[in-house]
Ligand binder design. Structure first.
Ligand code: SF4
Length: 437
């Protein structure tokens, strides 16, 4: 009888994308996916290591679920925590541990395990042996979103930002060959996918280890006529050159919602973070975007309370927020991560002081967002409908082409549609609109 697997994913979009790849690998090896945990023979946890809390959650989740699963079922831990905590996990928590680079081979690994029971070994990374997702084709490729696909273009990262665990758990940068990515994108278009997002820890670094630069790849993907929207995530200011901005300008279907993390507005802190750009360079990129693109939105990531951050450094961050006027910001109070360089930096701020700075930042940012969204009232825009609203079955939610959240009246039949809308008002930080086609 075919064995069933249940997969639970923690962490970032990269992990979600990796899980999708594992589902394909397992399906190809003759395993069946189930959403019912109690009937699974294999429980897979695709884990995250970005924060200690993320790792603790996985351990307690496994401990709590044991009573409700088949006694003969096995537990498999994959992803960043498998790499980072392999010694701890082999101690009775998991039956099989698979590092991030073995994900695409999980079907084969489990097949062998059930044939000869050679599990409970950490399967170490082997970069040369890594099969990118694009080799997998589209068979059985089921997504939550029928019109959109993530396309992983790089794996790993070698930037070593001092607060980040990723380079230690995912290994060095590997750019997948451009011809394979372009072929895969073409297959997606032929299957009816209309929106794609190129994905990597730092997509702007794509091709630095081989092949063509990122802006050329972006241009080629945008050249696939069936795609109405091409996005990319995540960028890094140190590698974000003008050519990328020109390609965004020259291709109507490339998203004008730019995500560019700046992390801190203080050059002292940026240096401590090993971000390899200055506040001036960041603002220069923003100025270039402002002068080159007729219309755009910008989102960012910010960390406050990094070790050594003075009041003056924090004010420099607020100053960048006021200057750039971000449409969206993912804001965090710094917390040390074991295994990273900054874990050993001396901290002077208490948790409460960091939270106070975070709240000040959030207040400044929120009032800017409100002003920016209010300025859109009365405009005609496009939106992609993503879901039925949780508040009402007669409302649907989605994103405008500048990635602003928006609500209109509608139902399930609208999901995936691209609609022309007129912005009529604001509900919190969400635009209210009516359709005009
Ligand atoms: S660019 Fe920096 S923050 Fe991003 S994954 Fe690499 S090391 Fe981490």
């Amino acid at each position: 009888m075919r064995k069933k697997f249940h997969i639970e994913t923690f962490g970032c979009q990269m992990n979600k994308s990796d899980s999708e790849l594992m589902v394909l690998s397992l399906s190809r090896s003759g395993f069946d996916k189930t959403d019912i945990e109690a009937e699974a023979d294999i429980h897979i946890f695709n884990t995250c290591s970005v924060r200690q809390h993320a790792e603790d959650r996985v351990i307690s989740r496994i401990e709590n679920m044991r009573a409700g699963i088949k006694p003969e079922s096995i537990i498999v831990i994959t992803g960043c925590m498998a790499q980072n905590r392999k010694d701890k996990l082999t101690n009775g928590i998991a039956d099989i541990i698979i590092g991030p680079y073995q994900g695409p081979k999980i079907g084969e690994i489990l097949d062998n395990y059930f044939k000869d029971k050679t599990g409970n070994n950490f399967l170490s990374q082997s970069y040369n042996d890594f099969s990118p997702r694009i080799d997998f084709g589209l068979t059985d490729c089921k997504d939550d979103i029928a019109w959109h696909k993530w396309i992983t273009i790089t794996h790993g990262c070698e930037n070593f930002c001092s607060y980040c665990i990723v380079p230690y758990v995912r290994g060095p940068l590997i750019s997948f060959p451009s011809d394979t990515i372009i072929k895969y994108a073409g297959e997606l278009a032929a299957k009816g996918i209309t929106e794609v997002t190129l994905l990597g820890q730092n997509v702007n670094q794509y091709g630095m280890d081989s092949d063509i630069p990122f802006y050329r790849l972006l241009e080629k993907i945008a050249g696939i006529r069936e795609f109405r929207k091409v996005g990319f995530l995540t960028s890094h200011p140190k590698d974000f050159d003008d050519n990328i901005i020109y390609v965004i300008r020259d291709n109507e279907n490339i998203s004008k919602a730019v995500h560019l993390p700046f992390q801190s507005g203080s050059n002292t802190i940026l240096k401590q973070m090993n971000r390899q750009y200055t506040r001036e360079r960041y603002l220069e990129i923003m100025e270039k975007i402002d002068k080159t693109l007729e219309e755009y939105s910008v989102s960012t990531d910010i960390i406050v309370g990094f070790p050594g951050e003075t009041e003056e450094d924090f004010n420099a961050t607020l100053d960048v927020v006021r200057k750039v006027r971000f449409d969206e910001a993912f804001t965090y109070a710094y917390s040390p991560r074991e295994g990273t360089a900054s874990y050993h930096f001396e901290e002077k701020l208490t948790r409460e002081e960091k939270i106070e700075r975070l709240n000040t930042l959030i207040d400044v940012h929120r009032s800017i967002v409100k002003e920016k969204l209010t300025a859109r009232i009365g405009r005609h825009e496009n939106m992609t409908v993503e879901n039925v609203s949780k508040r009402s079955e007669e409302e649907v939610i989605g994103r405008t082409s500048l990635n602003h959240p928006v609500v209109i009246s509608g139902g399930e039949e609208d999901i995936g549609k691209r609609l022309e809308i007129k912005i009529g008002g604001l509900r919190g930080a969400t635009l209210l609109a009516e359709r005009i086609n």
